[in-house]
Design a protein around this ligand. Structure first.
Ligand SMILES: NC(=O)c1ccc[n+]([C@@H]2O[C@H](COP(=O)([O-])OP(=O)(O)OC[C@H]3O[C@@H](n4cnc5c(N)ncnc54)[C@H](OP(=O)(O)O)[C@@H]3O)[C@@H](O)[C@H]2O)c1
Length: 268
């Protein structure tokens, strides 16, 4: 699996990781993924929450990855309503406990909360880096302006990533923020990279099918290869099916030719 530097750090992450929203596990997809290098696992305190009870996905991920942590880069998220300075350490510790780890590799603000000053949240996250509970600070669903504000607030530790919805058919958020991320060395973690596997019915669906046929790769592989072929972009598809792990892993390790990439660039 190809790896890239995370933001401005010297730490590398795979171009393809695995997401866990609506992941219910039980079939060792994550462990199988590790063997193929899909070692960035993305989760959140809010995933698979039952009512107000958070962390079902984190518990599942922790159970499945117990004994394998030395190979994993774990990324989780704090929900927007929990971004007050006093709440941040409580929620970070709860996530670490549910996962069964002492250190969270990447701790991401799941989305902006305009009613809590971003400086307050970033300050609390920087203290957690100083304490060693988290290694890196990330954000998610931040626009260019929101990312700039977070970067300005970060005094001692950089914002290393912004997790945004970005896929072949859905470029909206990326228009706003992708350039800033690339200029300032913030890794874009593309969520929903397969457009929820809705490959048809989009303006670009025909081009996707054509490139898929020409390369002999599946539509999912073409979508992922197109994404992570861009500077500073990695992707976190989600699957419940072990038989899809190898397919996802082989979405890198080969290249679209320039004409194919141009056609995909222009198809949305
Ligand atoms: N930060 C945020 O606000 C945010 C929002 C949404 C998502 N995310 C993150 O991004 C991850 C991925 O996003 P997502 O789960 O919403 O959407 P996605 O990865 O675009 O699509 C997942 C769907 O694609 C299917 N699939 C997976 N591999 C496939 C393949 N090779 N061929 C055909 N279909 C395939 C899966 O079905 P099977 O399971 O049956 O394989 C599932 O239905 C999430 O798990 C989460 O970690 C973050």
């Amino acid at each position: 699996m190809d790896e890239v530097y995370l933001g401005p750090t010297q730490t590398t992450v795979p171009k393809i990781g695995l997401g866990t929203a609506r992941y219910f596990g039980g079939r060792n997809v994550l462990v199988k993924g590790l063997a193929s290098g899909l070692r960035l696992i993305d989760t959140a305190e809010s995933y698979n929450a039952r009512g107000d009870e958070p962390g079902q996905a984190e518990l599942q991920v922790g159970k499945e990855l117990a004994g394998h942590w030395d190979r994993v880069f774990i990324a989780t998220k704090i929900s927007p309503r929990n971004l007050a300075a006093d709440d941040v350490p409580v929620h970070a510790r709860a996530s670490a406990r549910r996962l069964g780890v002492e250190v969270l590799d990447l701790y991401q603000i799941h989305g902006p909360n305009p009613s809590i000053p971003i400086g307050e949240t970033i300050g609390a996250l920087e203290r957690l880096v100083d304490e060693g509970l988290i290694r890196f600070i990330g954000v998610s669903n931040f626009s260019a302006d929101q990312l700039k504000a977070a970067q300005d607030a970060a005094r001692r530790h950089p914002i290393v990533s912004n997790q945004i919805r970005y896929n072949l058919f859905d470029r909206g958020v990326a228009d706003d923020v992708l350039g800033l991320c690339q200029e300032t060395k913030v890794t874009v973690i593309a969520h929903t990279p397969l457009a929820l596997a809705n490959f048809d019915g989009h303006a670009g669906s025909g081009v996707l099918r054509e490139v898929s046929q020409a390369t002999g790769r599946t539509p999912a592989q073409v979508m992922l290869n197109w994404l992570v072929g861009q500077d500073g972009v990695i992707a976190i598809p989600k699957t419940d099916r072990p038989e899809r792990v190898a397919e996802l892993a082989w979405s890198v390790g080969w290249e679209l030719d320039p004409d194919q990439r141009r056609a995909l660039d222009a198809c949305a």
